[in-house]
Each structure stands twice: as structure tokens, then as C-alpha cells.
Write a protein that binds this ligand. Structure first.
Ligand SMILES: [Zn+2]
Ligand SMILES: [Zn+2]
Length: 229
């Protein structure tokens, strides 16, 4: 893909996608009006692949196992032409039976319980889950990602926030919303105000730089201008 010459426009219908200015009108018919991250897998579920998926099938009752919903999973990887990994297609989703416990954390505790010969029953009981986790030495194993609400290891958190599609999109879209509230707008919205609308114009007009804020989404680069008023 070549770099787009025209600065992109923020979808005005609520999906938080940034588009080529000419694509905004045709996009209206296709826009779902909500960010794609709204249909992401809830954090109470974790998709496992390979040996982890085999372990889950062998160790856990079927009540917590869900076959992955492929069209839903595809949404997690919105890159055009992106093929789903076979390991994900053949994987399994573990759904935490406890409301406040993420799938990742629940699965970690449940697997350890079975592996160490403890009863898995406590893992299904809100009052006993924490004690089971402690007894397995897994307390404090995870930290909460403030962006997407999933649990990660402290070591894995930064890499997760840098590379996870959902997490990246949520934080970039939140940054755009905050700037928007402060009066920043995309070049498309300000096109009648004489703002640069191509990269070439922008980079050749130095005085625009201090009115410009760039948010680097994974799939596009959003340029916002502080409004003159
Ligand atoms: Zn849209
Ligand atoms: Zn996250």
C-alpha cells in the first residue's frame, strides 16, 4: 500500500474509523455507527490455541468451553485480507463462570488447580475463588489493563498495549475523542477553512505544526487541527 496523499477524515457517524475524504459519503451506508471494538470478545472469555486449547478440552468441564465464533474473531483483526490463523480457528474459548474474573485469570487458576490435584469446584464459587488462587501461589499474577479491562502479566502489559488490536484501537479512539472535545477537528471537517488537506501541503506549511496533533492508529494516521477559535 502506498501512503495516502490525502489526509484522512474521521467517520462522522460514530464508528471511529478514519477514511479517505472521498470514502466518507459511500461509507454512510455501511457504517455500523459504533466502533468495531464494541463487538469484541468480553474479557470474561479467553481464546486459547494449540496446547492450551488441548489442555482446556482435557481438563475443564464443557460448561465453560465455547467454540470460537469466527466472524466475531475476525473483527479482532480488521486488517484487510488478513487470514485467520488455523490455531485460532481450531482453538477454544474458555468462559469464566465468575462475573468479575477475566477468562485469562480464571483459566490460569482452573488449570493450576486440576494440574496440582486440587478440586476445581472452588473455581466455580465466587467466595472461594480468591482463596484457591492464593493457595496455588497465583495471587497477584495479573495486573488489569486500564485501557481494555483484560488481565495481563505485569511483564506482558506494555507489549499488550502496544500490539493488541482492541487495546490500541480503544486508546487511540479515546485520544481522538478527547482532542475533539477540546475543539480539534479533522481536515475534512475544516476543509472550507483553508487547512492543509494533503500531506504535502501540511509538511510544507510549518506554521500548521503547532496546531496539529497526530494520532497513529494501527491502520491509519489521524491528523487533527486545533480549531482557530
Ligand atoms: Zn463509520
Ligand atoms: Zn488492554
Amino acid at each position: 500500500m502506498t501512503k495516502c496523499e490525502y489526509l484522512t477524515a474521521r467517520c462522522p457517524y460514530g464508528c471511529e474509523v478514519w477514511l479517505h475524504p472521498k470514502a466518507v459519503i459511500p461509507h454512510a451506508d455501511r457504517c455500523r455507527g459504533v466502533p468495531w471494538t464494541e463487538s469484541r470478545r468480553p474479557v470474561t472469555e479467553v481464546l486459547l490455541a494449540n496446547e492450551d486449547a488441548d489442555d482446556a478440552r482435557a481438563l475443564l468441564p464443557s460448561s465453560v468451553l465455547v467454540k470460537p465464533n469466527i466472524s466475531g474473531d475476525r473483527l479482532l483483526n480488521p486488517r484487510p485480507g488478513m487470514r485467520l490463523h488455523d490455531s485460532a480457528v481450531q482453538g477454544i474459548v474458555v468462559r469464566s463462570p465468575l462475573d468479575g474474573i477475566t477468562g485469562r485469570r480464571w483459566w490460569t487458576v482452573a488449570r493450576a488447580a486440576v494440574t496440582e490435584g486440587s478440586s476445581i469446584e472452588a473455581a466455580f464459587c465466587p467466595e472461594r475463588f480468591d482463596a484457591l488462587e492464593r493457595s496455588l501461589g497465583l495471587e497477584g499474577r495479573f495486573v488489569r489493563c486500564e485501557v481494555c479491562g483484560d488481565d495481563m502479566t505485569a511483564r506482558g502489559l506494555r507489549g499488550h498495549q502496544r500490539s493488541n488490536s482492541v487495546c490500541r484501537f480503544l486508546s487511540d479512539a479515546a485520544e481522538v475523542r478527547t482532542l475533539w472535545e477540546f475543539g480539534y477537528r479533522d481536515p475534512f471537517s475544516l476543509r472550507h477553512d483553508g487547512v492543509p488537506i494533503t500531506w504535502t501541503e501540511l509538511s510544507s506549511r510549518a506554521h500548521w505544526r503547532n496546531r496539529t496533533h497526530i494520532v497513529r492508529f494501527r491502520l491509519w494516521t489521524a491528523v487533527l487541527y486545533r480549531s482557530a477559535k
